[in-house]
Design a protein around this ligand. Structure first.
Ligand code: SAH
Length: 391
C-alpha cells in the first residue's frame, strides 16, 4: 500500500483526530500516488498515524478514515461505520422519518452523505476516494435500511473539484418523483431528483421546532429564504394569523404551497422574490412582524468570499431588525462554516447600532444532531443560528 510521511509538527493535529492532510503538509511518498488510492499515513519519523485515501490533485490531499492501526480500510470497515451511524441515529429518537444517516467526516466516512426519506435513501459522493466504495456503500444501505429505492445525487461542486464522473439517478429499486415524509406533526413533499441538496434541509429540524416556542396565535410572521416552507408551516401551525414566505425558487414555492394543503393549512402568502429586494419593500411599506426568520443559502463557499458575504448579512440584519416589531423575534442563520457564530453576532451588533434598536439574545441553535459536529474538526459545525428579541 502507498505510504506517506507528513512534515514535522503535523502529527499532533492528526493524533488529535483531525482527519485532513493538505498537500503541502506531505513530506514524502513511497511512490507516485494514484487518485483515490488507499494510503498509510506516518509521521516524519515513520510512526503510524492513520489509514486514509488520497487525491493528489486537490488541496485536501488525504482524508483519514481510521486512526487505529488494527483497523485498515476494508469493505467491512465501511459497512461497520454505516451501521454505527445508523445505530447512533436510532438512539437520537429523531421525531421524523427523514434524517441524515451519514454525515461525511462527522461519521468517519469522509466524502459520503446519506439522507433517508422514509423508505428511500439518497446518497451523495463528494470525494473521489469515497467513490471507490460505491458498491459497498449501496450494499450496506440495502442491508441496513431495506429501502424501496436508493437515488444517487450528483454533487456538482465536489465533482468539479475532485474530478468524479457525475452520476445521477436511481441506483437501487425504485424511487418515485415525490416522497412524503413527516417531521414533528407536519408532512412535507420531497422532490428527490429536482429538489435542492438531497431534497430537504434536514439540518434545520430542531430550529423549525424551536420557532414554535416563539409564535403566539394571531402573530404576524415572516419566513425569508423559505424553500418549501419549513419555518412558515410551523408558524402557521402555531396559529399565526399572517405568514409571509419568500424564496427565489419557483419550484420550492410550488412544493411549499402543496405542503400547506397537505397539512390542512391555508393562508400562507407565498412570494417569489429576491429576499434582499423584498425585505427593502416591506421596510418601505412600514410592515412589522412578530417573528422573522432569515435562513439564507451559503454566501461564502470559501474564505475569500467572507467579506462580501458579511456585507450581505449586514444588509439582511438591518432589514430584518427594521421589519421586526418591538418585542418581536428575529433569527439569522449561516450555513457556511466560513461565516461563524462570531461573525453573526458581530453583524447583528453593527446592525442593531445602525437601526438604533437594542437586541437581546434569546437562543442559539445549530445543525440538528443527526449532522454530528466533531469537536476537533471545526469545519463540521457549519449551521448556526442566533435568535434575538428586538427590544
Ligand atoms: N429555511 C428553509 C431552507 C432555506 S435554504 C427550510 O427550513 O427548509 C435557502 C433558500 O434560499 C433556498 O430555497 C433558495 O432557493 C433560496 N434563495 C437563494 N437565493 C435567494 C435570494 N436572493 N432571494 C430569495 N431566496 C433565495
Amino acid at each position: 500500500m502507498l505510504q506517506i510521511r507528513v512534515k514535522p509538527g503535523i502529527e499532533d493535529r492528526i493524533r488529535g483526530f483531525f482527519p485532513w492532510i493538505y498537500r503541502p503538509e506531505i513530506a514524502s511518498y513511497s511512490r507516485k500516488p494514484k487518485k483515490g488510492e488507499l494510503v498509510v499515513v506516518r509521521d516524519f519519523g515513520g510512526k503510524f498515524l492513520g489509514y486514509g485515501y488520497i487525491n493528489p490533485d486537490v488541496s485536501i490531499a488525504v482524508r483519514i478514515l481510521s486512526f487505529d492501526k488494527k483497523e485498515p480500510i476494508t469493505p467491512s470497515l465501511i459497512k461497520k461505520r454505516i451501521l454505527e451511524a445508523y445505530n447512533y441515529r436510532k438512539r437520537l429518537y429523531i421525531n421524523s422519518n427523514a434524517f441524515r444517516l451519514v454525515h461525511s467526516e462527522g461519521d468517519l466516512l469522509p466524502g459520503l452523505i446519506v439522507d433517508v426519506y422514509g423508505e428511500y435513501a439518497v446518497v451523495e459522493f463528494t470525494t473521489y476516494g469515497m467513490t471507490r466504495f460505491r458498491d459497498v456503500v449501496l450494499e450496506a444501505l440495502v442491508e441496513i435500511l431495506k429501502p424501496k429505492g436508493i437515488y444517487e445525487k450528483a454533487n456538482l461542486t465536489a465533482q468539479k473539484v475532485e474530478g468524479i464522473d457525475a452520476r445521477e439517478g436511481v441506483v437501487y429499486g425504485e424511487v418515485p418523483e415525490e416522497v412524503v415524509i413527516w417531521e414533528h406533526d407536519l408532512k412535507y413533499l420531497i422532490n428527490i431528483p429536482e429538489g435542492q441538496k438531497t431534497g430537504f434541509f434536514l439540518d434545520q429540524r430542531n430550529s423549525r421546532r424551536f420557532v414554535r416556542s416563539l409564535v403566539e396565535p394571531g402573530d404576524r410572521c415572516l419566513d425569508v429564504f423559505c424553500h418549501t416552507g419549513g419555518f412558515a408551516l410551523n408558524m402557521k401551525k402555531m396559529g399565526a394569523e399572517r405568514v409571509v414566505a419568500v424564496d427565489l425558487s419557483e419550484l420550492a414555492l410550488e412544493v411549499g404551497k402543496r405542503n400547506e394543503e397537505l397539512n390542512g393549512l391555508s393562508g400562507i402568502e407565498w412570494v417569489q422574490a429576491n429576499a434582499f429586494d423584498y425585505l427593502r419593500e416591506l421596510d418601505t411599506k412600514g410592515e412589522k412582524f412578530d417573528v422573522v426568520v432569515i435562513d439564507p443559502p451559503s454566501f461564502a463557499k470559501n474564505k475569500h468570499a467572507v467579506p462580501n458575504a458579511l456585507r450581505g448579512y449586514k444588509e439582511l440584519c438591518v432589514r430584518g431588525l427594521k421589519v421586526t416589531k418591538s418585542g418581536g423575534y428575529l433569527a439569522v442563520f449561516s450555513c457556511s462554516f466560513h461565516i461563524t457564530e462570531q461573525h453573526l453576532l458581530e453583524v447583528l451588533t453593527e446592525a442593531s447600532y445602525d437601526v438604533r434598536r437594542q437586541v437581546r439574545v434569546v437562543a442559539k441553535t445549530f445543525q440538528d444532531k443527526d449532522h454530528p459536529w466533531i469537536l476537533q474538526m471545526p469545519n463540521t459545525l457549519y449551521l448556526k443560528g442566533v435568535w434575538v428579541e428586538v427590544v
